[in-house]
Design a protein around this ligand. Structure first.
Ligand code: NAG
Length: 496
């Protein structure tokens, strides 16, 4: 069903209003305020636990050690570093780039409220961009994955012990991948803003590289899911097409460079955002709602009236998230959590909440509200909705459970994560082979290493959570769950 941005059901039923009110009430009125700053610190610390490559002397997650020190060698290039995406030991370039983009957006919009954690957040961005620079060092080539997902998933091994296939996958002119190249360009451009005043020469390097990678992505069009199908699907298969990543990259390049050519590119390609049932989505595969919200910042500042249609789309997206408006794409669990089908639900919770909060800030600066049919949504309402989601994650939910490891009194103990669930190299220096790890995977015991700050996939649509390793959709953390959460926690630590 084609669904234009403005075709949301423009009414709120009486029952809907009641639901909306209930969702905004704190679940337990005695629930104390959360320590958002503590959660912020932990949400950033998590990225150190996901590091691949040679760890620096100031590494704080000490149970992790160097790993994958020969990544790239089979292709004659240096691809060490970067992040493991989740509970396995693969470096998937597509979600890694999206993670880096969202960490950058978190710093750009909310860095002011991070206090002493700003430094750590910037370092988390740089761990991503240092790798993306290596992956894009050769013109018209992007290395998009290290590790064979089948070989890796067949084993339960520490990254430090890895003896699985570290196959190197790339896109080039003959095997294009405008989706992953577009996202990589977006990440480099967004990060160039983060480093603009902190490290101007690094910032220029990032921006120049973003320009070159975008040109490659745009000139040699195609989906990496076609070029590299068996390697990337079904893991990070781009089912949503690559047009959104091209536009997303152009928007970040426009923001970072202010060059007229990107404004023209956006205007010319705007039409691709007009229709389709995926316009109100946002995640590693789909950038539509993010594009609309990001451009709206300029429109709401009165600097880009020619992009007014993007703001109308953003308004429609925001309306689709309001509890009480029945919308086929977004549901709420009985306990009040945003829920979308497909597993690893927390990725939707954090990325959609991030957009609610970012848009709320852009609206309040412009003194505007969102018209939603018969009703409307104020900037303050959007903030409350985003905060309600963050509070659910931190423990205001029917199980009274925090979904962030190491935060609060009760949190997941058996996350689906190889490094966390196997004994550390320090505690058990002897190699643990591929299948020897199975007994740790199957053990009912808590994980020996706490991956502090990791937010897991979360409860099912009935607010139930198994806390069990084999239930990976619920118990696996990912970098792109945490990246938008960093921005949310920064804001609420300053405006509790
Ligand atoms: C959620 O999980 C609980 C406990 O495993 C189960 O009873 C319930 O049916 C699940 N809900 C859905 C919608 O799958």
């Amino acid at each position: 069903m084609a669904r234009s941005a403005l075709s949301f059901p423009g009414y709120v039923t009486a029952l809907g209003f009641l639901t909306l009110l209930l969702l905004l009430l704190p679940l337990r009125s005695i629930a104390g305020r959360h320590d958002y700053h503590d959660a912020l610190r932990k949400s950033i610390l998590f990225f150190e636990g996901q590091r691949s490559g040679k760890l620096p002397p100031d590494q704080r997650v000490r149970w992790r050690r160097n790993s994958a020190l020969h990544d790239g060698a089979t292709a004659g290039v240096d691809l060490t570093g970067g992040y493991y995406d989740a509970g396995d030991n693969i470096k998937f370039g597509f979600p890694m780039a999206f993670t880096t983009t969202m960490l950058s957006w978190s710093v750009i919009d909310f860095g002011r409220t991070m206090g002493p954690e700003l430094r750590n957040a910037v370092r988390a961005v740089k761990w991503g961009t240092d790798y993306l620079l290596k992956a894009t060092a050769v013109p018209d080539v992007v290395y998009v994955q290290v590790g064979d997902a089948y070989s890796d998933h067949n084993c339960w091994e520490r990254p430090e012990d890895m003896d699985t296939l570290r196959t190197v996958y790339k896109i080039d002119r003959a095997h294009p991948g405008s989706d992953v190249a577009g996202e990589t360009a977006a990440a480099l451009a967004a990060a160039s803003i983060v480093f603009r005043s902190r490290d101007p020469s690094y910032s220029r390097l990032l921006l120049n590289r973003a320009v070159r990678v975008f040109e490659f992505a745009d000139r040699h069009r195609g989906a990496y899911s076609s070029s590299l199908h068996s390697a990337v699907c079904p893991f990070y298969c781009d089912v949503n097409g690559y047009q959104d990543e091209l536009l997303w990259a152009a928007v970040w390049l426009h923001k970072a460079s202010r060059r007229r050519e990107y404004r023209e590119y956006i205007a010319k390609n705007e039409v691709i955002l007009r229709a389709g049932d995926t316009i109100n989505e946002f995640g590693w595969d789909n950038k539509h709602a993010g594009i609309n919200v990001l451009i709206s910042k300029e429109v709401l500042r009165g600097r880009a009236d020619y992009f007014k249609s993007f703001q109308q789309n953003a308004d429609g997206f925001i309306c689709s998230l309001l509890p009480g408006i029945s919308h086929p794409q977004v549901q709420y669990s009985p306990g009040g959590l945003i829920f979308k089908a497909g597993g690893s639900n927390m990725q939707h919770v954090t990325s959609l909440s991030f957009l609610l909060l970012a848009y709320s800030n852009y609206l309040s600066h412009a003194n505007k509200i969102v018209p939603c049919g018969e009703t409307s949504a104020s900037s303050a309402l959007l903030k409350r909705l985003a905060k309600r989601q963050v509070d659910y994650i931190l423990g205001d939910n029917p199980l009274g459970m925090s979904y962030m490891v190491g935060y609060g009194a009760r949190y997941p103990q058996r996350i689906h994560h190889r490094a966390s669930s196997l004994p550390s190299v320090g505690a058990h220096p002897v190699h643990i082979g591929c299948k020897a790890g199975s007994r740790y995977f199957l053990s009912p015991n808590p994980n020996p290493n706490q991956l502090v700050g990791a937010v897991v996939g979360g409860p099912n649509s009935s607010d139930a959570f198994p806390d069990s390793r084999p239930f990976f959709q619920e118990s696996e953390p990912t970098t792109y769950i945490n990246a938008p959460l960093v921005g949310l926690l920064a804001f609420f630590s300053y405006h509790p």
